[in-house]
Design a protein around this ligand. Structure first.
Ligand code: NDP
Length: 435
């Protein structure tokens, strides 16, 4: 706290882990006297840099770029890049810290990192995005590499941005390697990577429901966000028989009582990914739906909630509203969308609750599969990748049960994910000595 007092999101993420991992350390002699958690909360390396670029009117703009290389005990640093005006050291350190545990849970050899910029992609032309990405990579390329650090997308960084970033990296290094994931299919990408985080989240929720003899069929599902994760979470939930009734963005949420079916979702994907419009435009196309300006969707009656927008978007009161409306399962697609108070409510009510580091790990897991395919110079089929994703999500679910089952049979997935993620990284750090 003394060292990171100005970083509330980072402290929040560390506290959540510490509360579950410290009691575990206390019971296991091998971790005693090693200050293992203290070492884990200090990034191995942090880089910040100036990103200058010229906007369409000819004016020079300046943004700040970051890369947090948090932990490389079990593999090269791996984690996304976020472009959003809210980006700062606290947010990136929380994301990098979470990433260490998440990547460990996937069972793939990936360390944890995160990066990005306070650049706001909203309203920028394709050329401005390209100039920004090229400038950003003209510094970042020094710090990353396929054996060192492999960034990917996150909020504000999708296929378009990864393309521009990859193009500049390739030019500067004069080599074609899998240095970024989330690449296009014709230049080293993996099938299912765009879908993986959203699909993986629903696969995880499916495993949780199965422990109660239940499934998605006939369930009303509330989704927040309307970006990459939200779109594919909505798609998979619908394919499994659920009825998705909401989507949102930072301006509010839409409620469609009839359900956002495949054709309506295709409209949203076009709206968000191609036209880069606002979710409120949904009600112009489908007038039976309603738009709630400036609100989040947690007051809507549902069985399953999938928060897929951003951190701290679901607070204690929202959790109470969900519980009062009969929600039985919350599976996080975003990173840390539920506040500490919200998680306490879910645990008190003993409903199924999955923290993002477990339930949204499908994205980075499939990025890991993209790295493997790049190394092999080979592409697996859609089914091959999807089956591996399903297997990884099922294994993460099992690991959470192994470390998170209470005496009364309730599964605390937060504790399960934190301890399962911790053990592998901690053991590797111990084996490698004090470095
Ligand atoms: P996108 O940029 O594709 O979409 C983000 C969505 O969240 C948009 O609908 C956006 O609305 C909304 N949003 C962003 N910031 C805010 C905010 N401050 N308040 C309200 N809404 C907001 O990002 P992704 O879908 O990739 O990421 C969503 C979440 O999932 C993030 O927490 C990310 O870290 C996490 N995640 C993503 C992975 C991936 O593979 N992409 C992997 C694992 C986790 P608007 O357009 O108005 O900004």
């Amino acid at each position: 706290k003394e060292r990171n007092g100005q970083e509330p999101e980072f402290l929040q993420a560390v506290e959540e882990v510490a509360e579950t991992v410290i009691p575990y350390i206390a019971k296991h002699d091998i971790y005693h006297g090693k200050n293992i958690l203290l070492r884990m909360v200090e990034p191995e390396r942090v880089v910040t840099f100036r990103v200058c670029w010229v906007d369409d009117s000819g004016e020079i703009q300046v943004n700040r770029g970051y890369r947090i290389q948090m932990n490389s005990a079990i593999g090269p640093y791996k984690g996304g890049l976020r472009f959003h005006p809210s980006v700062n050291m606290s947010i990136l350190k929380f994301l990098a810290f979470e990433q260490v545990f998440k990547n460990s849970l996937t069972t793939l050899p990936m360390g944890g990192g995160k990066g990005g910029s306070d650049f706001d992609p909203k309203g920028k032309s394709d050329n401005e995005i390209m100039r920004f990405c090229h400038s950003f990579m003209s510094e970042l390329f020094r710090h990353i590499g396929p054996q060192t650090d492999v960034p990917a997308g996150d909020i504000g960084v999708g296929a378009r941005e990864i393309g521009f970033l990859f193009g500049m990296y390739k030019k500067l290094r004069n080599e074609f390697t899998g240095v970024l994931t989330g690449k296009g299919m014709s230049w080293g990408g993996s099938l299912i990577r765009p879908e993986a985080t959203g699909y993986g989240n629903v696969y995880f929720a499916q495993s949780m429901l199965k422990t109660k003899g239940d499934d998605f069929n006939g369930k009303t599902v509330v989704v927040s966000g309307s970006g990459n994760v939200a779109q594919y979470a909505a798609e998979k939930a619908t394919q499994l028989g659920g009825k998705v009734v909401t989507l949102s963005d930072s301006s509010g949420y839409i409620y469609d009582e009839e359900g956002i079916d495949a054709s309506k979702l295709a409209f949203v994907m076009e709206l968000k990914n191609v036209k880069r419009g606002r979710i409120s435009e949904y009600v112009e196309k489908y007038p039976n739906a309603k738009f709630f300006k400036g609100e989040t969707p947690w007051n809507v009656k549902c069985d399953v909630a999938l928060p897929c927008a951003t951190q701290n978007e679901l607070n204690g009161d929202d959790a109470k509203a969900l519980l009062n409306n009969g929600c039985i399962c919350v599976s996080e697609g975003a990173n840390m969308p539920s506040t500490k108070e919200a998680i306490a409510e879910f645990h008190k009510a003993k409903i199924l609750f999955a923290p993002g580091k477990a339930s949204n790990a499908g994205g980075v897991a499939t990025s890991g599969l993209e790295m493997t395919q790049n190394s092999l110079r080979y592409n697996w089929t859609r089914d091959e990748v999807d089956n591996k994703l399903k297997e990884i999500m099922a294994n993460i679910h099992e690991a959470c049960i192994e470390y998170g089952k209470d005496e009364d049979g309730y599964v605390d997935y937060v504790r399960g994910a934190n301890i399962a993620g911790f053990v592998k990284v901690a053991d590797a750090m111990l084996a490698q000595g004090v470095v």
